[in-house]
Design a protein around this ligand. Structure first.
Ligand code: HEC
Length: 129
């Protein structure tokens, strides 16, 4: 008879577990493996990414199809020439993450690290051209 009290107690514990499992669950995994050993780039404090890795992102993500960027040998004309607009890293992060007009968002195609990297690359390569 007194067992009912115990059953209630167990249910409470189970509910706590269930809501815990439902609450978490948005872990964003960042692919590692693009570590660089040399740390000699100390120009723009805004560029947190790795420009070397960003060049690969620029080429593989298809940016070159729409944008001109001399450093990458890109001659696309759908979007503005990045050699001309010379966007800051912050602008690149914003555009690549959210898109704008005919520019598609890449938030679900590229990781946050890749977006930081391509921003570091585009901002430095465009400024140098
Ligand atoms: C399908 C074509 C297309 C692709 C692919 C594309 N873009 Fe764009 N991009 C555009 C267009 C069009 C605009 C102009 C958007 C507007 O302002 O209306 C633009 C704007 C930009 C700007 C802002 C330029 C400025 O200074 O105002 C940046 C930076 C940029 N793109 C970077 C990238 C990068 C980096 C990639 C690859 C990850 C990329 N784009 C891929 C079409 C594209």
């Amino acid at each position: 008879m007194g067992a009912v009290v115990w059953v209630t107690g167990t249910q409470e514990v189970e509910e706590a577990h269930a809501s815990e499992a439902a609450g978490g669950g948005s872990t964003t995994e960042t692919p590692s493996g693009t570590e660089t050993s040399g740390e000699t780039t100390t120009e723009a404090p805004a560029a947190a990414g790795d420009a070397e890795a960003g060049k690969q992102v620029f080429e593989s993500a298809g940016c070159a199809a729409c944008h001109t960027l001399a450093d990458a040998g890109a001659t696309g004309t759908v979007g503005p020439s990045l050699d001309q607009t010379k966007p800051s890293a912050a602008v690149v992060v914003d555009l690549v993450t959210n898109g704008r007009g005919a520019m598609p968002p890449f938030a679900d195609k590229l990781s946050e690290t890749q977006i930081q990297d391509v921003a570091a690359y585009v901002s430095s390569a465009a400024a140098a051209s």
